[in-house]
Design a protein around this ligand. Structure first.
Ligand SMILES: [Zn+2]
Length: 108
């Protein structure tokens, strides 16, 4: 799970993504995987707990890729008018990890 690199608090992906929704042409950005990942890595996020700033590259890349996929998989996942993420990304990521581990167990 994503954690603040400074205070170690678990972060909510929905909250992180919402910080990115103000970027110019965010709607286009959130449809283009390569552009999204490049922007994500250099984006300055602010931790809602300690208030410190850090780059997206300090967060797990694999989770960011999954978040991008989830946002594109579900129609209406982002409420652009109110700049809100409608999906519960942390729950979906946890479920995804659980299924992966279960899959490994079955095949292993
Ligand atoms: Zn923090």
């Amino acid at each position: 799970m994503a954690k603040c690199p400074l205070c170690g608090t678990a972060l909510d992906w929905g909250e992180l993504i919402e910080q990115m929704l103000v970027i110019e042409d965010a709607e286009g950005l959130f449809k283009d995987r390569e552009r999204f990942m490049a922007t994500f890595e250099s984006f300055v996020f602010r931790c809602p707990h300690c208030g410190e700033e850090f780059y997206g590259k300090n967060l797990p890349t694999r989770e960011a890729e999954k978040v991008f996929a989830l946002l594109n998989e579900f129609k209406g996942s982002i409420d652009w008018e109110n700049k809100k993420v409608r999906l519960r990304l942390n729950s979906l990521l946890a479920l995804d990890t659980m299924l992966e581990q279960w899959d490994k167990k079955v095949k292993g």
